[in-house]
Design a protein around this ligand. Sequence first.
Ligand code: SAM
Length: 223
Amino acid sequence: MNWNQFWNQKGTQSHPLEQVGRIRNGKVLDQDLMQRIAKRIVEQAQIHKSHAVLDVCCGNGELSRLIFPHCASLTGVDFSEILIQQARQMDAHHQTWMVGDAATFDAGRKFDRILLYFSFQYFENKDKAEAVLDNLCAHLEPGGILLLGDIPDSRKWFRFYKNPMDWLRYIRQTFTKTNTMGKFWNPNKLAALLEHRGLRVEIEGQENWQPFSEYRFDILAYS
Ligand SMILES: C[S@@+](CC[C@H](N)C(=O)[O-])C[C@H]1O[C@@H](n2cnc3c(N)ncnc32)[C@H](O)[C@@H]1O
């Protein structure tokens, strides 16, 4: 799957939440739910008013915008030029938006908190994931917190692909390279990659009200 092409194409859709795949059962998530997701992120990552926050894979900034009020500054990075353009257009707070790949961008500074939310599944092999984690660690202040959130859990694959029709669809999409779900990660393996980089790690399940909690997990990493 060419993810850059995929997300640039999504960026042409009319509803801002559709542009970042914030859809469940064919409907875009409502703003109250988005607010609740943002509130949980702020609590999990212990974001304070004094913090510089980096939101990697920020898309059009729909979620980032709900985090602004809780921090000192927010920098968003995404490799989709179209989505970053939308983020700049919608931003009344003059935050910083950068086009860049999660594995290679250089923001030229470090951050107190780094978020990578609802996006780790697009790093489909270990080399890519390692390059992304190296880059995130290089941007994290000592004492900082990294939140990798909303990641499909490989141990719960059967909760997403529930029946033989789903399995057939998965096989067909894998062969035709049209699978848009990306990779389901094993939380323990991902935790090991972070620990290998000297971070202390906590794996967290999601709360029932979260839109895809039945098969997703979060990871908090402390430098
Ligand atoms: C599902 S959206 C999530 C947006 C936002 N984080 C949220 O939680 O609503 C996934 C985003 O990841 C971005 N993305 C995927 N792979 C990327 C990469 N290698 N580098 C930078 N951005 C990437 C896509 O462009 C897209 O905006």
